[in-house]
Design a protein around this ligand. Structure first.
Ligand SMILES: N[C@@H](CCC(=O)N[C@@H](CS)C(=O)NCC(=O)O)C(=O)O
Length: 219
């Protein structure tokens, strides 16, 4: 398996955590999202991912010599969930599974897309908003999402987002918190998120996936 990602990409970070939790190995290939105008926009990468985003997971079928190219981090994680079910990221019961998915999707669908690199670049380059306005935009969407997530965590969390087992909700939340810290969002009002951040980052699977622990990290 080859994972095309970037050390600072939250979506690639999700896949790295899931691979680690499931004990799966992948060759990590760096797609520099900024250098040369962004390697995600080069024709050779667009062949893998027409959305020009990371991550992409490429799985070689040696028998048929074909390649499966998977895009969208949650689709990739769903694939891993099916092929490596020994470690489950979703609970079995329909109700619990729906709650975990609600938390994961809150982050992955309603927070992350508003703050991803392409959107922030569009705000600066096309709409010509100031750095201050861009920062206000970023902070606004993080606070809106995290405020709502805190309510769900108050009801459902234990050591992690859903009780005391790591789930897809943690896999989505931790990269978003990392990103929020990077953009200096004050997180004091989110005690559950802070606790879960501390607990997850004590686990090897999360530590190994941290951006600064990637080969392409530039610190
Ligand atoms: N929904 C997608 C989001 C992917 C995404 O936004 N990736 C970002 C990095 S976290 C990216 O490649 N940005 C490059 C760009 O916007 O040009 C997923 O979950 O895979």
């Amino acid at each position: 398996m080859k994972l095309y990602g970037y050390w600072r990409s939250s979506a690639a970070y999700r896949v790295r955590i899931a691979l680690n939790l499931k004990g799966l190995q992948a060759e990590h290939i760096s797609v520099h999202l900024v250098k040369d105008g962004g390697q995600q926009h080069k024709p050779e990468y667009i062949d893998l991912n027409p959305q020009e985003l990371v991550p992409t997971l490429v799985i070689k079928n040696t028998a048929s010599e074909s390649e499966l190219k998977l895009t969208q981090s949650l689709a990739i994680i769903d694939y891993l969930e099916q092929v490596a079910p020994d470690v489950n990221l979703l609970p079995k019961s329909a109700a619990s599974r729906a709650v975990v998915n609600s938390m994961a999707l809150l982050v992955a669908c309603d927070v992350h897309p508003l703050n991803n690199l392409g959107i922030l670049q569009y705000l600066s380059n096309e709409l010509e908003v100031s750095d201050e306005q861009k920062s206000a935009w970023y902070h606004h969407w993080i606070h809106k999402g995290f405020k709502a997530l805190e309510v769900l965590l108050e009801q459902h969390s234990g050591q992690y987002c859903f009780g005391d087992s790591v789930t897809l909700a943690d896999v989505c939340l931790i990269p978003q918190v990392y990103n929020a810290k990077r953009f200096n969002v004050p997180l004091d009002d989110y005690p559950n998120i802070n606790r879960i951040w501390d607990n997850c980052n004590q686990l090897d699977s999360f530590k190994m996936a941290l951006p600064e622990n990637q080969e392409d990290a530039v610190i």
